[in-house]
Design a protein around this ligand. Sequence first.
Ligand code: TRP
Length: 434
Amino acid sequence: MSTTRFLTGITTTGTPHLGNFVGSIRPSVAASLTPNVQSFYFLADYHALIKCEDPVRIQRSTLEIAASWLAAGLNPEKVTFYRQSDIPEIPELTWLLTCVTGKGVLNRAHAYKASVDKNTAAGREQDDGVTAGLFMYPVLMGADILMFKAHKVPVGRDQIQHIEMARDMAASFNHLYGEHFVLPEAAIDDHVATLPGLDGRKMSKSYDNTIPLFSSRAQLQKLIGGILTDSRAPGEPKEAEGSALFQIYQAFATPEETEALRKAYADGIAWGDAKHTLFERVDQVIAPMRAQYEELIHNPARIEQTLLAGAERARTLATPFIRELRSAVGLRSLVQASTAAKPAKAAKAALPAFKQYREADGKFYFKLVAADGRLLLQSTGFDAPKEAGQAIAQLQKDSTALQTLAPRLAPVDGVQAAEVTAALQALAEAAAAA
Ligand code: TRP
């Protein structure tokens, strides 16, 4: 069975609310537990700088979001959970992608266009107050996604355009420099509810209508008490459709419980009682996580350590990959460049070559291919790209490494040991001559 890699980022500008929990945290944690799925979740703090110039807010939000995801059951042993700014390869890749992205494409990005339209409507210069950071937002996001070869990117509908742009950047780069990137796809879950907020509009920080995920029990009760309802009196039948209270309840309750509340609405439940029912149901879900959250939020050192460990794991992929990409575009050792620039292009093509790649099982492999394309050597799967790279280095240096590495090599039909040794020696000689 092949593994699908999911990746998503959370911008660190706010405090997680019930809408984030229902729309993103809960489904992501559930998805991370399904078999044959590899998950990468990260705190998009470079993206946060585009929207927020308050350092305290950024730091606090990073802590709160990390604590929320962990309290909601994200297992950092099982998923790769990291902070974007701990991966210096991301801004480096951003630049490589910047150079294959049309400016006109970025002109058409929704977020940028919305700012331009707003300025135009107000009679201002079109780029008034627009930073280059906002303009470049999709490229940074493309780097997030392409760096880790994500297949699926779970996002809200408003982000689909960004995933399509990342796909286009990958295709342009691959076209120019060879197949390096996986083309990602947006994963939109239509079953996931968007939660209404206190005023009935979509729950969102920008509407200031949110219920924080980890309020105290007392605060939660008070906030739920403030959800907008109509003025129908106790005993009067009430509409479940279009009721924010009802929709929030539905996102936390079982289908049976939801039906029971629908009936209570028809029977004229008092708004006060409906709010109490909602409060108890939400609290029942949140309470066990709340204890965990409180413990985590008061222990930032532990979260810091978790994030750094996640970054270290992410960088075992990012570091060799950026090296590969740099080399592909020509940012490489002058020694290496002079080999490639030798007029004897045909002689170079006549050499056998090592190929390193990753399989759908998530493991790292290499093979040795003869000048005519025949397979000479095939490795078994390595857990880390570095291990595969080290094995190649040993073989390139000395063909007797074939013996020590025998357990990591899979048999290849119809290939003589002598042929493999000869190929390795040819490689070693070519390297020495370069
Ligand atoms: N732009 C995303 C949002 O606002 C956050 C984000 C940043 C992201 N990088 C990403 C999402 C990469 C998915 C993949 O929701």
